[in-house]
Design a binder for this molecule. Structure first.
Ligand SMILES: [Zn+2]
Length: 168
């Protein structure tokens, strides 16, 4: 039975449903129907930075500043890391200053915008909560009420892309 690496945390019945959709060639049309806008204008680091700052201003005004937001072609979505948030602390002028960076998998340039936004929301939430705990997901849902559905859809896209790439 095919191992669906992106869906390991979901129920066996959901995984079985996805296997059936893949076998019938129905996953792609289902996703296309859900996301009629397949492409989006957020293609550059500058556009990504602006999108991220707009979300940050809307939801996390008082959180720490961001020094950098970029697309990273080296992020391997297979390790469940769709984006990364790093905080680098250094002493500057006798004070401890921290720099926050968000990196987003470059692959998200090719997927529908709501899915990219969901990853940005995830990384922004890490400005407040370092761990994937209850408070973290509560914050994600506050910023994006469809967070869980979007995460599932993103994983379905990744499953589809892998399936298509591996087809003989
Ligand atoms: Zn995370």
């Amino acid at each position: 039975m095919q191992d669906l690496v992106y869906l390991r945390n979901y129920s066996a019945s959901l995984q079985q449903q996805v296997r059936q959709l893949l076998a019938d060639g129905k996953l792609e049309p289902a996703l296309q129907q859900r996301y009629p806008e397949q492409s989006h204008p957020v293609q550059t680091d500058k556009a990504l930075y602006e999108l991220t700052m707009a979300l940050k201003r809307q939801w996390l005004k008082s959180s720490e500043p961001l020094s950098k937001v970029v697309f990273d072609p080296k992020i391997h979505v297979i390790n469940n890391a769709l984006g990364t948030h790093t905080q680098i602390s250094r002493v500057q002028g006798g004070k401890l200053k921290s720099k926050n960076e968000i990196r987003v998998a470059a692959l998200l340039r090719q997927l529908p915008l709501p899915l990219l936004q969901m990853v940005v929301v995830h990384e922004l939430a890490h400005l407040r909560e370092k761990d994937h705990n209850k408070a973290f997901y509560k914050l994600c849902l506050h910023m994006e009420p469809a967070y869980h559905q979007l995460e599932l859809d993103l994983r379905l896209y990744l499953t589809l892309l892998e399936h298509t790439a591996n087809k003989p």
